[in-house]
Write a protein that binds this ligand. Structure first.
Ligand SMILES: [Zn+2]
Length: 171
C-alpha cells in the first residue's frame, strides 16, 4: 500500500474511533482502537517504504547526473578534437598511402603537414614524420606509409633501398 492510500485508510479509521467514542459503546471503541492501531502500522510501513523509494530515486538521480557530466565531458573533448583536425582532409598519397593532409598547403609551394589516419580514427592527432629522405611518412605507433614521392623519382639511391616485402611496422 502506498503512503497516500495508507493515510486515507488511517483517516477513515480515525473517524470510526470518533464515532465509537461519541456513541460510548465499549465494544465498538475496543474494535475501533484495534483497527486504529493496525492502520497506524500500515501508515508507518508505507512511510518507511516511501523513504526507501525516495533514497533509491536520489541515488539513481545522482548516477544519471554523473553520466550526463561524463557524456558532456566526452562531447567537449570530441568537439575540441574535431576543431583540431578541421584544417586537414583525408588524402591518398601518390604511392597509395592513406593519411590526412593540411588543406591550406594545396596549391602552394609549402610542404604540407600530414597526420596519421589510423591515429585520427582512434581519436588522436599524430604528425607523420618523413623518413628515408621523405620516401616514407612515419607514425611511431602505426608505422610507415608511402609518401608523395613518385615511383619515377630520380633519387635512385633511395629507390634501391625500397623493399616491398620488408615489414612496414616501426622498428
Ligand atoms: Zn598513428
Amino acid at each position: 500500500m502506498d503512503l497516500i492510500a495508507a493515510l486515507a485508510a488511517f483517516k477513515t479509521t480515525f473517524d470510526l474511533v470518533k464515532v465509537a467514542a461519541d456513541a460510548r459503546d465499549e465494544l465498538l471503541i475496543a474494535d475501533a482502537k484495534a483497527n486504529f492501531t493496525a492502520k497506524y502500522v500500515e501508515v508507518l510501513t508505507a512511510s518507511l517504504q516511501a523513504i526507501e523509494a525516495n533514497r533509491t530515486l536520489s541515488q539513481e538521480n545522482a548516477a544519471l547526473a554523473d553520466r550526463v557530466r561524463e557524456l558532456e565531458h566526452q562531447l567537449r573533448q570530441r568537439e575540441s578534437f574535431e576543431s583540431e583536425i578541421a584544417g586537414y582532409e583525408r588524402y591518398t598519397t601518390v604511392r597509395g598511402g592513406v593519411c590526412y593532409r593540411e588543406k591550406t598547403a594545396a596549391g602552394t609551394t609549402r610542404q604540407p603537414v600530414y597526420l596519421c589516419a589510423n591515429c585520427i580514427a582512434a581519436g588522436k592527432k599524430t604528425f607523420l614524420q618523413p623518413e628515408n629522405r621523405g620516401w616514407w611518412l612515419v607514425c611511431r605507433e602505426h608505422g610507415q606509409i608511402p609518401s608523395d614521392m613518385p615511383e619515377s623519382s630520380d633519387d635512385f639511391e633511395v629507390r634501391t633501398e625500397y623493399d616491398p616485402y620488408e615489414p612496414r611496422g616501426f622498428r
